[in-house]
Design a protein around this ligand. Structure first.
Ligand code: CA
Length: 232
């Protein structure tokens, strides 16, 4: 886990990186919108990696890269660029950047690159080692209480989360509403309607399986079951 400096003037891109880098990879992130802000932050702070956009409102990221290297600072720099042409890529690398990544990118890709950079430098960082429950495209990290569906982070309430965990441990097994009340609500009095509405909220948050099926199927007259996985 590292201390990352992100220099990016597009708020949308910065936002898309914030949550995954912090929660999934456990990095701490400092975000700067301009070159001037980045210079001030870099002078004061100490970072394990720098994510650098080139096209900034008050100048070019290349200048920042040059300044960092001239000072003798060897912090790994990962260039974020929308320019697809090779020249700029090579230029970035000649200036002492460690790697580049072309926009649009997925947060996961950026996370993996940072991980690779830090590992190359023999930083002692731990990959995701928490035990996880996997079912088709759903991954649940119980230690972090984190759910992703096809790599998208899904935010669930405590009840929705408990319901999902209860169902996913035995895919295909049909549970009555009473079974679910015991497992999820610890047997407290809950009407069928409440169970049904939590199921439907959970379904909405999970979206559809790659096959187009619902993750949680209704077994008429009985209850609910986690749909079996038919995906490779
Ligand atoms: Ca930019």
């Amino acid at each position: 886990m590292g201390n990352i400096l992100l220099i990016e003037d597009e708020i949308g891109i910065a936002r898309s990186l914030e949550l995954p880098l912090q929660q999934t990879y456990g990095h701490s992130l400092t975000h700067c919108l301009t070159l001037a802000e980045a210079m001030r932050t870099w002078e004061k702070g100490s970072f394990d990696a720098i994510l650098l956009d080139l096209n900034l409102p008050d100048g070019n990221g290349i200048d920042f890269c040059r300044t960092v290297r001239r000072s003798g600072d060897a912090t790994p720099i990962l260039i974020l660029t929308a320019r697809r042409d090779e020249v700029d890529r090579i230029l970035g690398l000649e200036l002492g950047a460690d790697d580049y990544i072309v926009k649009p990118f997925s947060p996961r890709e950026v996370g993996a690159r940072i991980h690779a950079i830090l590992r190359r430098r023999n930083w002692d960082i731990q990959p995701e080692k928490d035990p996880v429950i996997r079912h088709c495209g759903i991954v649940i990290n119980e230690n972090r209480r984190e759910v992703t569906v096809h790599e998208r982070l899904v935010s669930l309430t405590k009840t929705e989360y408990r319901l999902l965990v209860a169902l996913i441990k035995r895919p295909g097994r049909v549970y009555t509403r009473d079974n679910l009340v015991d497992m999820v609500w610890d047997g407290n009095f809950v009407t069928d309607r409440v169970v049904d509405s939590v199921v439907s909220r959970l379904r909405r948050k999970l979206g559809k399986m790659a096959s187009g099926e619902k993750w949680i199927k209704t077994v008429h007259g009985i209850g609910y079951a986690m749909t079996d996985c038919h995906e490779g």
